[in-house]
Write a protein that binds this ligand. Structure first.
Ligand code: URA
Length: 269
């Protein structure tokens, strides 16, 4: 069998290539309908190389589309939508035109960042991965570097921590109603180690980890705590961190290992 670094689970390859949901394909594999290099495989977690191993589904060869996966360090001002009259979309950073078509499927973002938010954005043609990483039941952690308008003293810091751990109640915004957020974790940072675009030291710096993706969630959380986000940058999704060597607005393909760090195990409903 091929080098493990270039392989993926058989159930994942099958579901990514239109054979069914992860649950469907697990059933198919266990029923002995799938062979790899002419040998029947009954273990969904069996690793195969989609580019070189011959996979037969009920005797018919599987055409493995290679999905595209990019990491972008999103620039402030870029919008995550597919069309925008005023501002450049994140897709235009890749194609320099209004186009999302890529071999293997249309590109989409894994969740959205506000126009003024910077940092880690994943762009892919893998709809199953988008579902797993963004669907609330998976509770995928996302970490943001946050600069706050007001400094926070030690007793207030404790109060923020407690409120965040209990789940902050946020007010309605846009079409999104008021809601109780899931517990979030805050880590206070040494503010002197950071600087704003005009080289000033921010009033307060922290990292906030949330496990859902409500509209303007981080900004609404700090508003509910009586403060305001003045700078926001996503630095982590699941176990994948932003490559800080990527310049603002630039992107590169993800490695297989990075896709693994980003992805989560499919859960049954
Ligand atoms: N929370 C926000 O408020 N904005 C983002 O862009 C992402 C999370």
């Amino acid at each position: 069998m091929s080098d493990l670094k270039n392989t993926e689970r058989l159930d994942k390859i099958l579901s990514n290539n239109g054979i069914g949901t992860r649950r469907d394909v697990k059933r198919l594999i266990r029923s002995g309908k799938i062979s790899v290099n002419r040998i029947i495989v009954r273990e969904p977690e069996f690793h195969v190389d989609g580019s070189s191993d011959e996979i037969l589904v009920d005797g018919k060869p599987l055409t493995v589309e290679q999905n595209a996966y990019f990491m972008m360090n999103k620039a402030s001002g870029a919008v995550c939508s597919t069309k925008s009259d005023r501002r450049k979309t994140v897709f235009e950073y890749i194609f320099s035109e209004d186009n999302r078509k890529y071999p293997g499927g249309n590109l989409s973002t894994v969740g959205r960042l506000d126009a003024d938010t910077e940092g880690l954005l994943i762009i892919t043609s893998d709809g199953n991965l988008i579902h797993r990483v963004t669907f609330p039941k998976y509770e995928v952690p996302k970490t943001y570097l946050v600069y706050l308008r007001d400094s926070v003293d030690d007793s207030e810091k404790l109060s923020y921590e407690k409120k965040l751990a209990a789940g902050v109640h946020i007010e309605a915004e846009g079409k999104d109603g008021e809601a109780d957020c899931r517990p979030a974790v805050i880590e206070w940072k040494e503010k002197n180690q950071y600087h704003t675009k005009t080289s000033e030291c921010p009033s307060e710096v922290c990292c906030l980890t949330v496990t859902e993706g409500k509209f303007h969630e981080v900004k609404r959380i700090f508003k509910a705590l009586g403060n305001e986000v003045v700078y926001l940058k996503r630095i982590r999704i699941n176990n994948l961190f932003l490559d800080e060597t990527l310049k603002e607005g630039s992107y590169r393909p993800l490695t297989k290992e990075e896709i693994r760090l980003l992805d989560v195990e499919e859960k049954n409903d």
